[in-house]
Design a protein around this ligand. Sequence first.
Ligand code: ADP
Ligand code: MG
Length: 720
Amino acid sequence: MAHLRFSALNLVQSRNKMEVEAPSKKISEYFGEMAYTKAQMQATLSPDVFRKVAYAIDNRKKIDIGTADAVASAVKNWALERGVTHYTHWFQPLTGATAEKHDSFFDPDKGIENLKGEALVQQEPDASSFPNGGIRSTFEARGYTAWDPSSPIFIYSKTLCVPTIFVAYTGEALDYKAPLLKALEAVDKAAVKVCKLFDRNVSKVNASLGWEQEYFVVDEALYNARPDLVMSGRTVYGHNSARGQQLDDHYFGAIPTRIYDYMKDFEIEAHKLGIPLMTRHNEVAPGQYEVAPMFGPVNTATDQNQLLKDVMDRVAKVHKLRVLFHEKPFAALNGSGKHNNWSLVTNTGVNLYQPSSSARENLQFLTFFVTTIKAVHKYADMLRASIASAGNDFRLGANEAPPAIISVFIGSTLTKILDKLEKSGDIDIEKGENLYMKLGIDQIPEIILDNTDRNRTSPFAFTGNKFEFRAVGSDANVSDPMMVLNLIVAEQLTDFYNKVSKLINEGEEKRIAIIKVLRQYITESGSIRFEGDGYSEEWVVEAEKRGLSNVKDTPRALDFSVSEEALGLYDKHKVMSKVGAVARHEIKLENYIMKVQIESRLMADLGLNMIIPTAIKYQSKLIENAKGLKDLGIDATEIKTTIEKISTHINNVRRLSYEMIEERKRVNKIEDTREMAIEYCDNVKGKYFDELRYAVDKLEFLVDDEDWPLPKYREMLFIR
Ligand code: ADP
Ligand code: MG
């Protein structure tokens, strides 16, 4: 029987261009037509109800049942007009995917379509089958989903989706979103207090997020012929393609036709849903691309990222493609990340990370800038934990992505300014406004011109008017890194405010008090600032000298998500309880174990019943050939050498596979989840994956191309 690989390759040859039609020429004509946005609310609700809902959204207040009834009725009619028959509470359980359970609007008793406020506000999905890290069994808690009115309701595949948070009756968050919302509230409160030192008019601060989603695309037929891609999202085996990314010709190159059609198609769907996609381009590796929206409130941007991944997945299938969000689908090529561009914006419209031409405003800018650096310095380990996953382990520290060491890049201009501020000695109050000039604060707008010193190797970089958290994995739900970032900045801003207030109470002038605390922060956080090459070996050595953590694997990095420090912060800012945090930790470890276990099984399966039989078949051909040559008296030394090499690799695949299976059996008996995860990391993955892969990839190189069962890198990566 011919291999699936060859029929797949034939299918790829026959793929045609797919014409994609937008609903109309201008995006503005269909943008958001499937989202029940504030504008839609205003158009469909009475002014009184609208005012109440808008107030609740802006101030994170509860919506009373009467208002909820009015919204439910209006949104149901809005949905019915668009051919929708069902609704669902849409939420983000800790599995990483989004979850939904559909209910019909149809009320058989009354014979009409109905949606009550109650059903909009709260529902009880069966929580038992979602991971809850023991919360449920400990407390026998049932869970419920509760409407989050700050994220727009939307229509997706003919279903009305109501964004919700998912909590247990004991109050523990069973999802990603609930703690994020709490952290956003914390940073709002803390930032408003600090803003009031500069401007009394500030009453609200919103955190903004613009993510850049990287992904790979492969043809559906080739994907289906790779059990590893289907089951683990990455290729566990595969020899390098002769041409990889060394020509640097893919990045910002012309987008291949089939991919372009695919992009256009998912962009249309996303735009209808109100996801403001702006940019698309090729990424560094062949087969790799990026999409990014216009930034928006963290909460909505997070939902939109989760939703977009789903849209991209579904639309890819229509195009006979598969989208890969795994952080490292292909060895020896760049992995995929998701840069999180983040800033804080006031209700008066000021981006607090925007340097200004006014010296006075720059003191406010520096306050937020320096406080954020100090927060990252103090809580670097929590940030590291927030991006830990089995997939991201392949990327962090692999000399292509930000390292597992958290550091902050700020560029040369701001470095000079902070140095000056730190070393400026006693401040001369008499000089009034000249103080700013003396401190170099009046010169900050220059950095707007300073686009030259961008540093792609930094995990946390300041890029002009925002920070960019770059170490986030492409497959991650950004809720966790965003929860931690906003939480630690909230904590640091609180600390800043308290220190400044204390100085003022002691009689210090406000300006001077602020500068004093900033100088202290700059000195204390110096070790987190790094402007050099984050991929270099020297940095690893230097970082160690500075006392920065470099935790390369998930099971160990996750310790920081339940450290005393972390638990203290969650509690202080009401983000989650200790029980909730410990449960999450458990879920993440379990998830890690399952991922490594699946890959390990795959490697043994494919190795023993696909790779070895294939290699033996080819080896037998060579043996026949060697015998024939010998009969004719021709020298067969070369062939013998190849046969020996193949034998060695076959033996290694067999030996390593069986050893690994035994090791797994041992590790599976370990009771403690953390310990089991560490063993999976060190003694299953660490001991066997690379060596097994080495043997299999050598065989791929040696064995007759006609016999090889798995689509090769060169076949998967270069879509026309
Ligand atoms: P890059 O050069 O890194 O690709 P872009 O300017 O294209 O940067 O922006 C990347 C992302 O950052 C986009 O989603 C964009 O909307 C977002 N972004 C821009 N300014 C801000 C800001 N002030 N706060 C948060 N995100 C922002
Ligand atoms: Mg970027």
